[in-house]
Write a protein that binds this ligand. Structure first.
Ligand SMILES: [Zn+2]
Length: 362
């Protein structure tokens, strides 16, 4: 009897929760499927659309009209950035209107606000991205400013993802190139996760790690297809981003997809905040972290160049000095996340050397 109780406790302690999307649709002209998807998931009455001033015109209004046409009670709220204040504003709207589901229609920031506000109010959310800029369109984590920490917080996975390539292909190609940078970063984030497992005995899941790595490998293999107005390439990027989001959901944390290269990007945001895109900065970080790992950093740089993602300080439009400072400070951003930066302990001189040798700074 005693043995049985112990084994039940052991099993309970090893319980691993995975929250995955139920419907994922990537393709052209698929916004019209939203009504059917909402119905299938049991949302036939009401929804709140979280969108931006521009994305309202690009897709928000269309989604709203489509669902109103089918007899749903639809309200929209416009958010401008992903701050805690905007999350609270959306939460107030949710409390007032009591919708069945929240739809995030827009780029990364609008989706992040929809994701966190719906989580805090205990409601499901559907992701309708209008750009392919980072894996937050499909993940369970949200990047929100105002938490006194410059990195993402846990929220919930979208219940459905509807990525319309006709809409996304019309966005600035820079966003898609940034998405490639975010996917490429899995070459080093997975290494960091493995390192934390070996050194700190942290949980490591090979399935989630393989899924994240597979996206990075597929983007590398097909980099030639990823270019402005190329639908096939865009689909690859979207599917890669969604797989990365699913990898995080399987892992139950952002670890498979966010390592030292992400710490560099968050650090750069603090050192020189110039509105650089997350994936662009992570891509540049990956080149340098790959060098520290002694893996094919030149190949990574070549892939980024093919997809027209930035690979230098100049292309990121930041000062070389900011890159060095960001490298030195990166390990202080999230001390509990063990990465290659803990073992290498970069100082000013070694950080400068790293940025120079990889061609990130002249
Ligand atoms: Zn990322």
């Amino acid at each position: 009897m005693e043995l049985m109780i112990i084994s039940v406790i052991a099993l309970t302690m090893r319980l691993h929760r995975m929250q995955l999307p139920r419907e994922v649709v990537v393709g052209n002209e698929n916004l019209s499927l939203l009504n059917e998807i909402c119905k299938k998931l049991g949302f036939c009455e009401s929804a709140l659309i979280v969108t931006g001033p521009d994305t309202q015109d690009i897709a928000g209004r269309r989604v709203s009209d489509l669902l109103i046409d089918k007899g749903m009670d639809i309200n929209s709220i416009i958010v401008n950035s992903s701050t805690l204040q905007e999350v609270k504003d959306v939460e107030n709207k949710i409390e007032e209107l009591k919708p069945q589901v929240i739809l995030g229609v827009g780029g990364g920031t609008k989706i992040d606000v929809a994701k966190l506000s719906s989580t805090r109010q205990g409601l499901p959310f559907i992701s309708v991205p209008t750009t392919a800029s980072h894996d937050g369109i499909a993940s369970s984590v949200a990047a929100i400013k105002g938490f006194n920490k410059p990195y993402s917080v846990m929220a919930q996975s979208p219940m459905a993802i509807v990525a319309d390539t006709d809409v996304i292909i019309r966005s600035d190609y820079r966003f898609t190139a940034s998405g490639c940078g975010d996917i490429i970063s899995k070459f080093t984030s997975v290494r960091d996760w493995e390192l934390a497992y070996k050194v700190k005995n942290e949980y490591y899941g090979e399935y989630a790690a393989s899924l994240a790595l597979m996206s990075a490998r597929l983007i590398t293999k097909n980099a030639d297809l990823i270019k402005p107005r190329a639908e096939e390439g865009l689909r690859l990027v979207l599917e890669g981003l969604i797989s990365c989001g699913v990898a995080m959901s399987i892992a139950g944390s952002s670890k498979p997809c966010s390592g030292s290269e992400h710490l560099f990007s968050h650090s750069l945001d603090l050192v020189q905040s110039n509105g650089g895109l997350h994936g662009e900065q992570c891509g540049v970080g990956t080149i340098m972290m790959a060098y520290l790992y002694d893996i094919d950093w030149k190949g990574i740089k070549g892939t980024l160049q093919k997809t027209e993602a930035p690979t230098t300080a100049e292309e990121l439009d930041v000062e070389p000095e900011s890159i060095i400072k960001a490298l030195v400070q990166a390990c202080t951003i999230r001390p509990e996340r063990y990465t290659i930066l803990n073992t290498k302990q970069l100082d000013y001189t070694s950080a400068k050397q790293l940025a120079k040798v990889t061609g990130v700074i002249p």
